[in-house]
Design a protein around this ligand. Structure first.
Ligand SMILES: Nc1ncnc2c1ncn2[C@@H]1O[C@H](COP(=O)(O)OP(=O)(O)OP(=O)(O)O)[C@@H](O)[C@H]1O
Length: 274
């Protein structure tokens, strides 16, 4: 496995500035099975504040399972998970009870799924979807709810004049922007993106990627981005982790991994894309 910042024999490079701070997210030894299927076979992940970590790999390699665990939707058979949050002690988050995990997920972690049905309440308007999130955090005043929902929608570059439309009345790109607005409404410490642009037309995909880039640049939101599309990873991710068969086979700075892949599987992925 190549985790280094330099090819063998090369002069070691300094890790980027972001990585010289303590990590925001640390996962160690994550193992997850579904019956006989080993989805994750002992995965370690470290994410630094303000960076975008990309996760690539073929279908079934365990990317979404790992993201679901980061979102505390599920627990693994083995492994630990810590988030360095100001009000959080060093507890293993998988050891929290179901309610504590749900609250932490709602208040501190945002997620955008490939399928808007997973991220949105289809019988709520766009503003209602965001208000639902704000209510969990204790906002009760109607005018404040609307104002905050509008702010979040604007930040995700959603046309706010459509804020009272139902998701089904919106285009795929707009639905993803509502999911994004909902995910960032409470200024999460961690934003998880599971194939956020995969089901969109190429031109719409580029616009949504631009929004994500702008958000990342302006707000320095720490993101973990799962995508099978190397172009998307290359556009957004500072670092990349390559997964295969529930294991991490290579990781490093995105440019470096793509320009000089060390693992045969990464070489195959990169060359298939060229
Ligand atoms: N709920 C589940 N029940 C049973 N098996 C599952 C479940 N979720 C995932 N798996 C299996 O776990 C393995 C990893 O799946 P996962 O969805 O994490 O992979 P992935 O890399 O995200 O794939 P894709 O790119 O196709 O979404 C696969 O073999 C998958 O079939």
């Amino acid at each position: 496995m190549s985790t280094a910042f330099a090819a063998p024999g090369a002069i070691p490079r300094q890790p980027p500035l972001l990585m010289r701070t303590p990590p925001l997210l640390t996962m160690r030894g994550i193992e997850k099975r579904y019956g006989a299927v080993r989805a994750l076979g002992g995965v370690d992940v470290t994410v630094y504040p303000g960076e975008v970590l990309g996760i690539v790999g073929e279908s079934g390699s365990g990317k979404s399972t790992l993201l679901r665990l980061m979102n505390l939707e599920d627990t693994p058979e083995k492994g630990e998970y810590r988030l360095a949050l100001p009000d959080q002690d060093d507890t293993d988050l998988f050891a929290l009870d179901r309610f504590q995990r749900r609250m932490l997920r709602a208040l501190r972690i945002g997620i955008v799924y490939q399928n808007p049905h997973l991220g949105l309440l289809m019988d709520h308007t766009s503003s209602g979807n965001i208000a639902e999130r704000l209510l969990i955090a204790g906002t009760r005043n109607f005018a404040t709810l609307r104002e905050k929902a509008q702010d979040a929608l604007q930040a995700s570059e959603f046309p706010v004049e459509r804020m009272d439309a139902l998701p089904m009345q919106l285009s795929g790109g707009m639905q993803q922007r509502v999911q994004l607005a909902k995910a960032i409404a409470l200024e999460p410490a961690l934003l998880l993106l599971d194939e956020p642009t995969t089901s969109l037309d190429v031109s719409v995909q580029a616009l949504v990627l631009d929004t994500l880039k702008r958000l990342q640049r302006d707000r320095r939101i720490t993101m973990v981005l799962v995508s099978h599309d190397l172009g998307v990873i290359r556009t957004l991710a500072d670092r990349v982790m390559v997964m295969r068969g529930g294991l991490v086979v290579e990781q490093g700075l995105t440019d470096q991994v793509f320009q000089d892949p060390q693992h045969p599987y990464t070489q195959q992925l990169v060359h298939a894309k060229l």
